[in-house]
Design a protein around this ligand. Structure first.
Ligand SMILES: C[S@@+](CC[C@H](N)C(=O)[O-])C[C@H]1O[C@@H](n2cnc3c(N)ncnc32)[C@H](O)[C@@H]1O
Length: 237
C-alpha cells in the first residue's frame, strides 16, 4: 500500500511538483484486525475517491460535504447517517481511522461516503470551484510547540483552497481546544477576506454545532480539562 506520509511521485499542486512534506501525523497505529484488513483490501478500493476527478463518485448528489482529518470517523458517520441525501468525502491519512470508517459504513449500510486515505492536498486541486456545500476541519493536529507551528494544517494556502471550492454562503466549520491554534486559525481565516464569522458562533463559541455527536479527540480534550471551541465561517457570496 502507498505510504501517504510523503507526497506521492508526481503529486502536483498548481502545476508544481509537491516537494515539501505536508503530512506529519501518524500513518498507522496498532495492527488491523483481520476484519479491518479485509475491509481495507476489498471495500476501500470501491469507496476510494478518484484523485483526478474527486467528485466523480458523488456526482448524483446536489450537496457535498468534506471532512478533513476525520480521525475515528465518529462525526463523519453520524453526519452521513443524518443526511442520506448529502454526499460525503472523508479524508484521513491514518490507516486505523480509515478502517474504522469502513467498518461504520458497512455496519450502517451507508452509500453516501467516499474516502481518501492520505493527505487532503493529494486531490484538492482537482476539486472544481464552488462545488462543495460544507467543510469540516475538527480538531486538526494541534502542534502546540512554536517550533512545530509550521506543521499545522490550517495555513493560508489551505484557507484559499477551501474558499475556492466552497459554494457561496456555505460553511467552513473548525473546532479546536488549543488556544494558540485557535488564534492561529482565526487570524488566517479572517485575514483571507473571503469568510465571515457566523454571528451565532462568534457570540457563543462554547456551544457545539446542531446535532454534534462529539469525537474521540474531543472526549480526550475534555478528560484532560481543555475547553472545546466551535467556529463557523461562511464563505462570502
Ligand atoms: C487531532 S486528530 C482529530 C481527529 C478527529 N477530527 C477528531 O476530532 O477526533 C487530527 C486528524 O487529522 C489528520 N490529518 C493530519 N494531517 C492531515 C492532512 N494533511 N490531510 C488530512 N488529514 C490529516 C490526522 O491523521 C488526525 O486523524
Amino acid at each position: 500500500m502507498t505510504n501517504p506520509i510523503s507526497p506521492l511521485p508526481g503529486d502536483r499542486f498548481q502545476g508544481k511538483k509537491i516537494q515539501r512534506r505536508r503530512l506529519w501525523g501518524r500513518a498507522k497505529g496498532k495492527p488491523l484486525s483481520r476484519y479491518q484488513a479485509g475491509l481495507v483490501a476489498d471495500t476501500l478500493p470501491r469507496l476510494a475517491l478518484d484523485r483526478q476527478n474527486p467528485l466523480a463518485g458523488l456526482g448524483h448528489y446536489d450537496n457535498i460535504r468534506l471532512e478533513v482529518g476525520f480521525g475515528g470517523a465518529e462525526h463523519l458517520l453520524h453526519r452521513a447517517r443524518e443526511n442520506p441525501d448529502t454526499g460525503f468525502i472523508g479524508v484521513e491519512p491514518f490507516l486505523n481511522g480509515i478502517a474504522k470508517a469502513l467498518a461504520g459504513i458497512e455496519k450502517s449500510g451507508l452509500t453516501n461516503i467516499q474516502l481518501h486515505h492520505g493527505d487532503v492536498w493529494q486531490f484538492l486541486e482537482a476539486v472544481p470551484n464552488a462545488s462543495i456545500n460544507h467543510i469540516d476541519i475538527l480538531y486538526p493536529d494541534p502542534w502546540p510547540k512554536p517550533r512545530h507551528y509550521k506543521r499545522r494544517l490550517i495555513k493560508e494556502d489551505l484557507v484559499s483552497e477551501f474558499h475556492r471550492i466552497l459554494k457561496p454562503a456555505t460553511p467552513l466549520d473548525f473546532a479546536s481546544d488549543i488556544p494558540s491554534y485557535i488564534n492561529w486559525a482565526l487570524l488566517r481565516i479572517l485575514k483571507h477576506g473571503g469568510f465571515v464569522w457566523d454571528a451565532q458562533c462568534a457570540a457563543d463559541w462554547h456551544t457545539p454545532y446542531a446535532g454534534w455527536p462529539s469525537t474521540r479527540y474531543e472526549a480526550k480534550a475534555l478528560r484532560e480539562g481543555r475547553t472545546p471551541h466551535y467556529f463557523r465561517f461562511m464563505r462570502r457570496p
